[in-house]
Design a protein around this ligand. Structure first.
Ligand SMILES: Cc1cc2nc3c(=O)[nH]c(=O)nc-3n(C[C@H](O)[C@H](O)[C@H](O)COP(=O)(O)OP(=O)(O)OC[C@H]3O[C@@H](n4cnc5c(N)ncnc54)[C@H](O)[C@@H]3O)c2cc1C
Length: 266
């Protein structure tokens, strides 16, 4: 008999490289998601884990120049005059020489969204990461994903990277029409997808076994009651439940390392 958790995720480290990229195409995937395909310095780009993410550096709208902190080829300090404007994004997909980012457009209130709403072929962008890939858990028997549109690309990565015999339930914090994002995606046919539902009621109705992994991502305060149910009521550990605040209402540039539930940090 061993006390080792049923699920464990191996980590793969990557060299942190700053990549200068250019927009090669732009298209809308759902009414709120714009897919930007980037080309450029992508040699050696690797993203092996479902929750991999990138630091994306956007141009300062006043100067049009992209500033990055401290790790440009010329040494320490800002790479260009102006403010460093960066946000976290998921490598939705990548092929040799191409990287897709799927960005939610939520108005001009944030620099990333404002950039995405006007993105055009030829626009420059700088990305760094992923630093680490956390792989799909070993020992996984079922997967539950609760995501809003900002984490649709992460859900797509889970579907692609999870073994095909593992059943997946996908609860979308989004209107039903947004579910078309998943149509035809690799790994999506074995998924049960529900949109426009009461998330907590739907989550409570699901069987959670020792081999079930639950990934929650989206608006941070929305995740609190869901995480409390899983962690406090069901007593599941962090190896089985990951709740990641991808954004927080009223907060610009949320640090996703901040605990989702300040009363119960991991
Ligand atoms: C690990 C990780 C991966 C992520 N991957 C993706 C991804 O692939 N695609 C994606 O679209 N997002 C993704 N996000 C979320 C994205 O980083 C945030 O939504 C970010 O705040 C957007 O920056 P902004 O400049 O548009 O807005 P900010 O300047 O950060 O915020 C300005 C205002 O807009 C609000 N706001 C921010 N995001 C939203 C939103 N989605 N809807 C409504 N209001 C919002 C804020 O509450 C704030 O009031 C990810 C986040 C993390 C932590």
């Amino acid at each position: 008999m061993t006390d080792a958790p049923a699920l464990s995720r191996r980590h793969v480290r990557h060299e942190l490289v700053q990549r200068h990229l250019t927009v090669a195409s732009v298209r809308s995937v759902t009414p709120r998601i714009v897919r930007v395909t980037l080309t450029g310095e992508l040699d050696g780009f690797a993203a092996d884990g479902p929750t991999d993410h990138l630091k994306v550096f956007f141009p300062d709208p006043r100067t049009g120049r992209i500033a990055t902190p401290g790790f440009h080829a010329g040494g320490l300090g800002l790479s260009a005059p102006g403010a460093v404007i960066s946000r976290d994004y998921t490598p939705a997909d990548h092929r040799p020489g191409e990287l897709d980012l799927d960005l939610v457009v939520h108005g001009d209130g944030g620099p990333a969204s404002a950039w995405a709403s006007r993105a055009a072929v030829g626009d420059p962008l700088i990305v760094a990461g992923p630093k680490t890939s956390k792989l799909v858990p070993d020992g996984l028997t079922s997967l539950v994903l609760v995501v809003d549109e900002t984490a649709f690309p992460t859900a797509a990565r889970w579907l692609r990277l999870t073994p095909p015999d593992v059943p997946v339930t996908l609860l979308l914090d989004a209107p039903e029409e947004a579910a078309r994002y998943f149509d035809g995606l690799p790994g999506s046919r074995r998924a049960t997808i529900r949109a426009g539902v009461d998330l907590e009621a739907a989550l409570r109705a699901l069987p959670i076994d020792p081999g079930t992994f639950v990934f929650l991502a989206g608006e941070a305060t929305t995740l609190v009651p869901l995480r409390r149910y899983l962690r406090r009521e069901l007593g599941l550990g962090p190896e089985q439940v990951v709740a990641s605040g991808y954004w927080k209402r009223g907060v610009a540039g949320l640090d996703h390392h901040a605990p989702v539930d300040p009363d119960d940090p991991d």
